[in-house]
Design a binder for this molecule. Structure first.
Ligand code: BEZ
Length: 212
């Protein structure tokens, strides 16, 4: 059975470019982003890992630890990492898992046989501090992911974990958010002192509660 939202993220031990890790121990109480790529020394993957490294401070600010994974061996990862640093003007210092046995790929359903029998597709999982799967996305090999979108989703997940709100289409941190349907308008007015704008009884906005 493949993983679904809310499932426990499977733990594993793995060899990585940052040494051997136990996934849960590595994450500690942080949020996690685990993302697979098809293969080392390929152009789109090179830009994806480079972009992730360049966004290091953004991930750190949000308390997120990042890990990449493919089925390539460690020595290949290490050589390729030099190329990523050189061509993308970055320093990759997050772990790249060498998943030669495909243990991680199989635990997370990262191999889609009708796309490729051998390589992982571009899967990405956001994992909460409770080790539950909060988001899953899957892109084909031909399409690089948008890591600003990953940060945007993390902002939404971290906000909605703590307040009775949801975030509308294309929302960005700082913009108004939506009061969840389970809160009555009367209660919303008490809960959200910055104000509640009622567009329809089921569509109510309030300023983002954790921003000044
Ligand atoms: C790439 O990362 O550039 C790539 C990998 C596999 C297939 C197509 C593109």
């Amino acid at each position: 059975m493949s993983l679904r939202l809310g499932d426990a993220a499977p733990n594993f031990k793995a060899v990585t470019t940052e040494g051997e890790i136990d996934f849960y121990e590595y994450l500690g109480n942080s949020w996690g982003v685990l993302f697979s790529h098809p293969a080392d020394y390929t152009p789109v993957c090179t830009t994806e890992l480079g972009k992730t490294a360049l966004l290091k401070q953004e991930f750190e600010k949000r308390g997120v630890k990042v890990l990449a994974v493919s089925v390539d061996p460690l020595d290949k990862h290490l050589g390729w990492r030099n190329d990523i640093n050189e061509t993308q003007h970055c320093t990759v210092d997050f772990p790249i898992i060498a998943d030669e046995s495909k243990e991680v790929a199989n635990l997370y359903g990262m191999i889609h046989p009708n796309a490729s029998e051998t390589f992982t597709v571009r899967s990405l999982f956001i994992i909460g501090p409770d080790k539950k799967v909060k988001l899953m996305i899957t892109y084909p090999a031909s399409t690089g992911r948008n890591f600003y979108e990953v940060l945007r989703v993390i902002d939404s997940l971290q906000l909605t974990a703590n307040y009775s709100v949801a975030t509308p289409a294309d929302w960005k941190s700082g913009e108004d958010v939506i009061v969840v349907p389970s809160v009555s308008t009367e209660d919303a007015i008490k809960k959200f002192p910055k104000g509640v704008k009622v567009v329809k009884p089921y569509l109510r906005y309030t300023p983002q509660p954790n921003k000044d």
